[in-house]
Design a protein around this ligand. Structure first.
Ligand SMILES: [Zn+2]
Length: 110
C-alpha cells in the first residue's frame, strides 16, 4: 500500500518535471488572433491609397474578462507576436494532455 502510494507520487513528480521541461523555451506567450487588414492613410496623394492597395495594418484580437478586445500591432512586432501565439497554442495542447494524464494517474491510484 505504502509502496504503491510512493509510486504514484513518483509518477506525479516525474510528470511535473516533464511538464516543466516542455514549458522551457515556450516564451513569449500569447493567446488571441493576429489579423491583417488594409487601411487608408491620410497623406494627400498617397500612391498606395489612390491605387487602392492601401497599407497593411495588423490587429491583435483577444478575449479578456468576457470582453472582446482589439489592439494595433506595429509591423516590426508581428513576427514576435506570431511566435507568442504559436507558443500559446502549444501550451494549450500541453494543458489538454495534462488533464488526460492526471485522470490516468488518479485511476492508477485506485
Ligand atoms: Zn496611403
Amino acid at each position: 500500500m505504502l509502496a504503491r502510494m510512493g509510486a504514484s507520487k513518483d509518477t506525479a513528480d516525474a510528470r511535473c518535471e516533464a511538464f516543466r521541461e516542455e514549458l522551457e523555451g515556450l516564451w513569449p506567450l500569447a493567446k488571441g488572433s493576429l489579423c491583417e487588414a488594409r487601411k487608408p492613410c491620410n497623406r494627400p496623394g498617397c500612391k498606395a491609397c489612390t491605387s487602392g492597395r492601401k497599407h497593411h495594418a495588423y490587429l491583435f484580437t483577444f478575449h479578456k474578462d468576457g470582453r472582446f478586445l482589439c489592439r494595433h500591432v506595429r509591423p516590426e512586432h508581428v513576427a514576435e507576436l506570431r511566435k507568442a501565439l504559436d507558443n500559446g497554442r502549444e501550451l494549450e495542447r500541453l494543458l489538454v494532455g495534462q488533464g488526460e494524464e492526471l485522470l490516468r494517474e488518479l485511476r492508477g491510484r485506485g
